[in-house]
Design a protein around this ligand. Structure first.
Ligand SMILES: [Zn+2]
Length: 383
């Protein structure tokens, strides 16, 4: 009896493994391109989070059965000046140069995807699927017509804001609430331009007011590329149930992240915050692997000296299952936010099979699991 139970458990486990390998799996928010400009760091080589902080590379994607996803060109919000906007635009193009160069260097292993059909073809060829997204509309500034130059370089998903309000609209995490709490006139033009070009609109980081306007204005469904459920953890980056239902009713998808701050209260001591600010000042974003390693060691030391509560894989699962319950399985997906995120028990790209096992245990059919892994996102992206 025990033997039978053991062998049944083993076969359930292996069929989950087989299913995971068979599915087209996409993560809608990977910050990995921030490593592409680091001298000595290569997408095709295996790295360790403990060494350089990175969580995604081709070998770990292969081990974790992750076919690909949206690789973000992320530009932090800076001053709303002509100089600031021009610098952001140049930085976004420089990052896109790095992504295109990295993928071209490994053209036998990875390929840029522009459509749902591309993703299926590239994955079927055994290569990694690299969609391009833009996190923060700052590089476009107050000139929405500039979206077309990023579309021409392959960008197929874009969000208007990041942590701070900007020329396009308000952020969920900016305490300043201007008189017009939603999109600006430039922001509304940005929506029309994104719709016209066929760029998916990503409302992660947007304020509730902006999200409401996006749902009203956009002729196409809205994506939340990495946002959780406010009913599970009350954080401005998460979304309340009513809006989850609205996004679904509008045909959109909510892609659930495993980003520590969005999963649990993490009070930090002033000493910890001061030390992190000092390290940011000292290191910036290191452009060499040695610098990256030094920063990773220093941050690990901060965690050791001034620990904060660490969320686990189960915290992430609570959000994922809640979103499936409220928005529906046809409107839920995965957007972990690796290379910045990750939680205990889900620390790098080798961990993705856990999600398939969890969805199986939750009673989802293979067809529904496939929808969560990519079907929903690709339905919206289209060909
Ligand atoms: Zn983000």
């Amino acid at each position: 009896m025990l033997l039978l139970a053991l062998s049944l458990a083993a076969s359930a486990c292996s069929t989950t493994g087989v299913l995971h390998r068979r599915l087209l799996t996409l993560d809608s928010h990977l910050d990995t391109p921030m490593y592409f400009g680091v001298d000595g760091w290569d997408f095709a080589e295996r790295h360790r989070r403990e060494d350089d902080g990175s969580q995604v590379d081709i070998p770990r994607m292969i081990e974790g059965g992750l076919d690909g996803g949206f690789f973000a060109t992320f530009i932090p919000q800076g001053p709303l000046t002509d100089e600031g906007r021009a610098a952001a635009r140049a930085a976004a193009h420089a990052r896109l140069d790095e992504i295109h160069a990295m993928v071209a260097r490994h053209r036998d292993l990875a390929e840029i995807a522009l459509t749902a059909a591309d993703a299926r073809r590239i994955a079927a060829a055994g290569k990694r699927v690299v969609f391009l997204s833009m996190e923060n509309g700052y590089p476009v500034g107050n000139r929405p017509e500039l979206l077309s130059e990023f579309h021409a370089r392959g960008v197929r998903m874009a969000g208007p804001v990041h942590f701070r309000n900007n020329d396009l609209g308000t952020s969920s995490t900016d305490a300043l609430r201007p008189e017009e709490p939603g999109l600006t006139a430039a922001g509304r033009a940005w929506v029309r331009e994104a719709n016209r070009l066929g760029i998916l609109i990503d409302a992660s980081h947007a304020s509730d007011a902006v999200l409401d306007e996006l749902l009203e204005l956009s002729s196409r469904p809205i994506v939340l590329s990495h946002s959780g459920a406010r009913a599970v953890f009350d954080h401005p980056r998460n979304v309340d149930d009513e809006r989850l239902r609205l996004i679904a009713a509008h045909g959109g998808v909510i892609q659930v992240p495993a980003y520590p701050d969005y999963l649990l209260e993490r009070p930090a001591s002033p000493e910890r915050n001061a030390e992190i600010a000092r390290l940011r000042q000292q290191f910036g974003m290191p452009r060499t692997l040695a610098g990256r390693r030094e920063l990773t060691r220093a941050l690990a030391e901060v965690d050791r000296r001034w620990p904060v509560p660490q969320p686990t894989y189960e915290h992430f699962v609570a959000h994922l299952l809640h979103v499936i319950q409220v928005a529906g399985v046809q409107h839920t997906g995965i957007g972990i936010d690796f290379d910045g995120g990750g939680v205990t028990g889900f620390e790098d790209a080798t961990a993705y099979p856990r999600i398939t096992a969890t969805l199986r245990q939750a009673g989802l059919s293979d067809r529904d699991i496939a929808a969560v892994w990519s079907g929903n996102l690709l339905r919206i992206l289209g060909d």
